[in-house]
Design a protein around this ligand. Structure first.
Ligand SMILES: Cc1cc2nc3c(=O)[nH]c(=O)nc-3n(C[C@H](O)[C@H](O)[C@H](O)COP(=O)(O)OP(=O)(O)OC[C@H]3O[C@@H](n4cnc5c(N)ncnc54)[C@H](O)[C@@H]3O)c2cc1C
Ligand SMILES: *[C@@H]1O[C@H](CO)[C@@H](O)[C@H](O)[C@H]1NC(C)=O
Ligand SMILES: *[C@@H]1O[C@H](CO)[C@@H](O)[C@H](O)[C@H]1NC(C)=O
Ligand SMILES: *[C@@H]1O[C@H](CO)[C@@H](O)[C@H](O)[C@H]1NC(C)=O
Ligand SMILES: *[C@@H]1O[C@H](CO)[C@@H](O)[C@H](O)[C@H]1NC(C)=O
Ligand SMILES: *[C@@H]1O[C@H](CO)[C@@H](O)[C@H](O)[C@H]1NC(C)=O
Ligand SMILES: *[C@@H]1O[C@H](CO)[C@@H](O)[C@H](O)[C@H]1NC(C)=O
Ligand SMILES: *[C@@H]1O[C@H](CO)[C@@H](O)[C@H](O)[C@H]1NC(C)=O
Ligand SMILES: *[C@@H]1O[C@H](CO)[C@@H](O)[C@H](O)[C@H]1NC(C)=O
Length: 567
């Protein structure tokens, strides 16, 4: 308790220093507003203290078994095999292991002990240090010509991302048809383990917050995990010691005796069994290889046989928006012409695989005129316009190991343009081809123009001018710039890409692949829209939520089997 109080006192000190910095630079017109905000924020901090926000020291002891020895797993059977130890895969594995044996397979290495992943001061550095097969971030360039990355490490993209945590809007949860109460419980489960309140708001985040308010994104909401209009401070997976908590930390909540985590292992394809008597095709296991090996290496693991096949476990793909459709195609599931082109024998023709790929278009403005050596600074605040269509965030991103630039970025929350994913080769470790068709629809182009005007107001704000000094402030546009053209040339990603195996097209509402038994998908590939806000929170929640659903489904099945027996 003394220790906690001490840490909190320390945090408040830091916070005050940062506010003071921001504050000193403000001139009179802002001062009233700043004062009110400051007081509101301090009250919030006090409330947090009193309510004692769940506080967990970092470095929970890991008890589950992690190995990179493929031979340890080869030939074995499990109730569930989860492909992809990412944002959604880890909470799912932890939850299913409460009652069943689970194998979680991840192509990347361990996040533990890797400063590129764990240290907040290295935010953004993994994106600069990519290689073809092993780096924790795997880069790809969409066919639109926009550079992008995917996580390749246990923890998935939650191990390389901005760590910004914000729940989906109520409308999103409603449209998804999820159980509101269970959704709340699942969010809270995640938040009690890997999400931290902003004990410390960095000087740049404070300034960005004021600049967004100055540009009229109101009201000011203080700290909130909810997706609400106005300007707010959200949660983060970085704790007060500057350490990142990836989704892999959620594995600590599972049953370590029934959880095997196989890392540095790439799944090559799903294995199927066709029962011609019943005319049904069931996923019976996976084929995999060491990620650093040659493509001819192949080992297998299986789904455990049970007497009653209707209560058997599943192979669950959680390989992300690029990984899951790619793996289905490599396994013979997908549009048949495409499979034929790569000589992959057809298991099932499902037209929707690889369709509906979307990325939220983003415009980012660098507001300082040249690189500095400030520390990288992940996003903590968000400005959400009153129609919920534009979301503004700010960060400091590294350009190299010793130079950074300060930026403000905005994304279109609900774009309508869609693209598609295709195989590019048959190596499961390499990227498929994907096109997002950024700004192809008139709606998206109009939103982009609006978004750019808003960013321009923010970039010209007094708050930012005071922070950087007028001469260092980069002005985005002059009045005569053609903003549509500007958008076309400058559109980029904010890394919230999704789709490829969407609900209703490839999977049903239980995330089961249509027409096949024993195969589910749970990750960003199932989203036909991003959850308005940044997707990580909702993907973490979804892993827990669907894990609980599967447990209760199977409880119901075993209860009815037990009843049958006693009859
Ligand atoms: C740079 C960046 C910054 C971002 N910032 C934020 C942010 O601040 N806030 C936010 O909410 N969202 C953010 N996002 C988005 C968010 O992180 C992703 O949408 C989310 O993590 C995706 O989760 P997922 O479970 O769908 O996939 P992932 O988390 O990517 O997991 C997929 C996993 O599957 C593994 N895999 C793939 N293929 C195979 C295979 N064949 N065999 C074995 N394993 C395989 C991958 O290695 C990976 O670990 C960011 C994303 C990026 C990339
Ligand atoms: C592991 O899961 C199996 C179901 O496959 C269950 O019967 C067993 O009790 C579990 N073991 C432990 C140690 O929890
Ligand atoms: C996994 O691969 C990475 C990258 O090659 C390597 O550094 C790490 O040691 C491997 N992990 C294990 C447990 O073998
Ligand atoms: C078997 O199932 C497939 C897919 O549902 C269907 O197309 C096919 O006609 C069925 N075959 C028989 C013999 O019923
Ligand atoms: C792959 O990495 C493992 C350690 O993770 C190592 O033992 C093995 O020799 C490597 N294989 C190749 C082909 O480099
Ligand atoms: C597919 O098989 C045909 C005939 O065996 C071969 O000519 C062709 O090169 C193969 N295509 C690919 C992409 O492997
Ligand atoms: C960064 O390091 C490089 C090489 O070590 C050096 O040339 C450069 O001046 C440094 N940049 C800054 C901003 O410190
Ligand atoms: C594979 O990717 C390369 C590089 O992006 C591209 O030139 C080529 O057309 C792609 N091939 C297919 C079949 O998608
Ligand atoms: C298998 O389980 C299902 C679902 O509970 C049940 O309807 C069926 O009767 C069971 N079959 C056998 C052979 O026990």
């Amino acid at each position: 308790m003394i220790c906690t109080a001490h840490i909190l006192a320390h945090k408040i000190n830091n916070f005050l220093t940062s506010q003071a910095l921001a504050h000193c630079n403000m001139e009179l017109p802002q001062i009233n507003q700043v004062h009110r905000l400051l007081i509101a924020f301090l009250l919030f901090l006090l409330a947090t203290l009193v309510l004692s926000f769940p506080f967990e020291p970092p470095g929970n002891v890991r008890q589950w078994h992690m190995t990179s020895d493929v031979k340890e797993v080869a030939g074995k059977s499990y109730d569930y095999i989860i492909v992809g130890g990412g944002t959604c895969g880890c909470p799912l594995a932890a939850t299913l292991s409460e009652k069943f044996s689970v194998l979680l397979v991840e192509r990347g290495g361990s996040p533990y002990g890797n400063p590129l992943v764990i240290e907040r001061r290295n935010y953004g550095i993994p994106l600069l240090e990519t290689d073809k097969y092993m780096s924790v971030a795997q880069s790809f360039i969409s066919q639109d010509g926009v550079g992008n990355v995917r996580g390749r490490v246990l923890g998935g993209s939650s191990a390389i991302n901005g760590g910004f945590y914000s729940r989906a809007s109520e409308e999103f949860v409603c449209r998804a048809g999820w159980d509101k109460k269970l959704v709340k419980e699942a969010y809270e489960w995640v938040e009690s383990k890997v999400v931290f309140p902003p004990f410390y708001l960095s000087p740049w985040q404070s300034v960005a917050e004021f600049s967004i308010l100055e540009a009229g994104v109101l009201p000011y909401n203080g700290f909130s995990l909810e997706h609400i209009k106005g300007t707010k401070i959200s949660g983060s997976v970085f704790d007060e010691f500057g350490k990142r908590h990836t989704s892999a930390d959620l594995l600590n909540a599972g049953n370590p005796k029934n959880l095997t985590v196989l890392i540095n292992t790439t799944v090559k394809r799903i294995l199927f069994h066709h029962n011609s008597y019943r005319n049904e095709t069931r996923a019976k296991g996976i084929s995999f290889m060491q990620s650093n090996s040659t493509l001819d290496e192949a080992h297998e693991a299986y789904i455990k046989e049970v007497q009653n096949s209707s209560s058997r476990g599943d192979v669950i793909l959680a390989a992300g928006a690029l990984g899951s459709p790619q793996l289905l195609l490599l396994s013979g599931i997908g549009p048949k012409e495409q499979l034929r082109r790569f000589n992959i024998s057809l298991v099932r023709d499902i037209e929707g695989i690889g369709k509906g790929m979307q990325d939220n278009p983003c415009i980012a403005v660098l507001v300082d005129s040249k690189p500095q050596d400030r520390l990288p600074d992940p996003p903590q605040i968000a400005g959400i316009t009153d129609d919920y269509k534009i979301i503004v965030e700010a960060s400091i991103l590294p350009l190299s190991s010793n130079s950074t630039r300060v930026n403000v970025a905005a994304k279109i929350a609900m774009p309508t343009s869609k693209g598609a994913l295709h195989l590019n080769n048959t190596d499961p470790r390499l990227n498929p081809s994907v096109r997002f068709n950024y700004l192809a629809s008139e709606n998206d182009m109009e939103e982009c123009v609006k978004m750019t005007k808003l960013l321009d107001r923010i970039a010209r704000s007094k708050s930012i001018a005071f922070f950087l000094g007028e001469s260092r402030q980069e002005k985005l546009t002059s009045a005569d710039v053609d903003l549509r053209n500007f958008c076309k040339k400058n559109v980029r990603t904010i890394y919230h890409y999704h789709g490829g195996c969407t609900v209703g097209s490839v999977v049903d509402e239980h995330y089961k692949v249509y027409g096949l038994k024993g195969l589910r998908i749970l990750d960003g590939s199932t989203f036909s829209e991003s959850p308005g806000t940044n997707p990580m929170a909702t993907l973490l929640m979804l892993g827990r939520y669907q894990g609980l659903k599967i447990l209760s489904e199977r409880n119901a099945v075993s209860d009815s089997n037990a009843k049958d027996k006693t009859k």
